[in-house]
Design a binder for this molecule. Structure first.
Ligand code: NDP
Ligand code: 2IT
Length: 451
């Protein structure tokens, strides 16, 4: 980066930090995009004049609200509710809802910002948003989760709609929560619409939406590996997380012939040197999605597996690392472990799981590396397909949805290669994804004038 561009980045970030004090995750996400697009922007004066980047980093609307609810013992609890509607230049706001104790405004804004570029990459007409609450669903009864979801939607319903803003799942929000949220939305609006995605299969959900993020991640990773004439067959794969994304990434990687060695949760990870099988996956689905248990139970069920309390899976040597838990879960030491373990590829299922320093280590060592906004876009893309099916009053087969998903992940790879190829022929997928997403959103914003 030349001196002029470097100064532009630092000046821009100085303003962002001053205007959004203390929002560490938001600053991190913005800096990554600004560093990628600055060389592009500074050579297009109209983008500078129009202050496109300055506008993109300011969400169009931020909604914050109180969510009161009562637990099974009759005690009252108050949580915070959020919806950050970041950008609607290319379509209605679209993005997940996260229920996790760590949720705050910075995390909501970083996720909505990332979503804007990710959604642009999918080729589908969707703007970017994210919502959620600091509600912790862990250990809550179904009735408590339902009452919380109903209270959350009692405010959110005013701000969303099939052509306005279409929420979906994320950490702590899966099929059960989408069901309760949809039920309350329908009741308040007295209208059956496609306003949420990730719906149940009997009431408008798309086949393969549950699988889509994890499957899409593996399809994108396949494309990365193919650039070096490689594939999943026979590779050792480490996965973090044991939720929606991790489960289906594991299933697809295994079906592509890989040996999936690890899964985790916030308490620790399991290492199974013999790898996951269909039978073991069935156990994981039942453990996590029905009994809502902890991943350490896997090691009790399968004695060849080891449980490492309080640790992350990156110290186990692997060929392919698929982080599928949460932001900043791969730090510099983890990255060093991944590199020295001989890995060839890191593809992100989670949003922003790798710290900037860790990304430098991974890229510096020449590994294939794809950022979440490219490699986990299959989830929201399939949400887009669910929206299309709802509008058309249709229900496509799993094969049809899978074909779309594969094609979208291929198109995302092509965009990353187009805008991320360096003079030495290597592909910087961070740069490629950020520039490709930015160009699309910027063009729409320019066309629509100063709004
Ligand atoms: P789930 O709630 O289904 O699973 C989350 C998993 O990550 C759990 O195993 C959880 O463990 C673990 N985890 C969460 N927070 C932490 C933490 N602070 N430290 C360690 N482990 C943690 O969520 P998803 O699988 O849906 O989401 C995983 C990631 O993928 C997130 O970054 C999400 O934003 C991203 N994503 C999700 C998409 C989707 O369609 N669902 C689409 C695109 C991206 P524990 O049970 O202990 O909390
Ligand atoms: O981060 C994400 O892309 C998601 N949680 C999925 C969003 C969606 O609208 O399907």
């Amino acid at each position: 980066m030349d001196k002029f561009t470097q100064n532009y980045v630092e000046g821009f970030m100085g303003d962002v930090i001053a205007r959004n004090p203390g929002e560490r995750e938001f600053h991190q996400a913005v800096r990554e995009v600004v560093e990628s697009v600055a060389p592009y922007i500074t050579s297009y004066p109209h983008l500078m004049d129009q202050k496109i980047l300055e506008r993109i980093v300011e969400p169009e609307r931020v909604i914050m609200f109180r969510v009161p609810w009562m637990d099974d013992r009759g005690e009252i609890h108050i949580n915070k509710g959020y919806r950050v509607q970041c950008n609607s230049a290319i379509g209605p706001y679209k993005g997940g809802i996260r229920f996790h104790a760590s949720v705050n405004l910075s995390i909501m804004k970083f996720l909505a910002f990332e979503q804007t570029f990710k959604n642009a990459l999918t080729t589908l007409p969707m703007g970017g948003a994210k919502g959620g609450s600091d509600f912790n669903p862990r250990g809550k009864s179904d009735a408590e989760v339902m009452r919380f979801c109903q209270s959350f939607m009692a405010e959110l319903y005013r701000h969303i709609g099939a052509d306005t803003d279409i929420p979906a799942g994320d950490i702590g929000v899966g099929g059960r929560e989408i069901g309760y949220l949809f039920g309350q939305y329908k009741r308040l609006k007295d209208k059956f619409s496609g306003t949420l995605t990730g719906k149940g299969m009997t009431w408008g959900g798309s086949l393969l939406r549950p699988e889509a993020t994890g499957y899409g991640l593996c399809y994108l990773a396949e494309q990365l590996l193919a650039t070096r004439g490689d594939c999943f067959e026979g590779k050792k794969v480490n996965i973090s997380g044991s939720g929606n994304v991790a489960q289906y990434a594991a299933q697809k990687a295994m079906r592509l012939g890989a040996l999936v060695q690890t899964l985790s949760d916030s308490d620790g990870f399991i290492y199974d040197p013999e790898g996951l099988t269909e039978e073991k996956m069935a156990y994981v689905f039942e453990l996590k999605n029905i009994r809502r248990g902890r991943i350490k139970e896997y090691a009790a069920k399968y004695p060849q597996a080891q449980y490492f309390p309080g640790e992350r899976p990156w110290k186990i040597a692997c060929d392919i690392a698929l982080p599928c838990a949460t932001q900043n879960e791969i730090g510099p030491e983890d990255a060093q472990n991944i590199v020295s373990g001989g890995a060839i590829c890191v593809a992100e299922g989670a949003n922003m799981p790798t710290t900037p320093e860790a990304i430098r280590i991974i890229q510096g060592a020449g590994l294939l590396y794809s950022p979440g906004k490219a490699s986990n876009a299959g989830g929201v893309a399939t949400s887009g397909l669910e929206m299309s099916q709802n509008s058309m009053r249709q229900h496509w087969t799993a094969e049809e949805v899978d074909q779309y998903l594969r094609r979208i992940m291929q198109d995302i790879h092509t965009s990353c290669v187009k805008y991320g190829t360096e003079p030495d022929g290597t592909v910087n997928y961070v740069k490629g994804a950020n520039i490709a997403g930015f160009i699309k959103v910027a063009a729409a914003m320019t066309d629509q004038g100063l709004v």
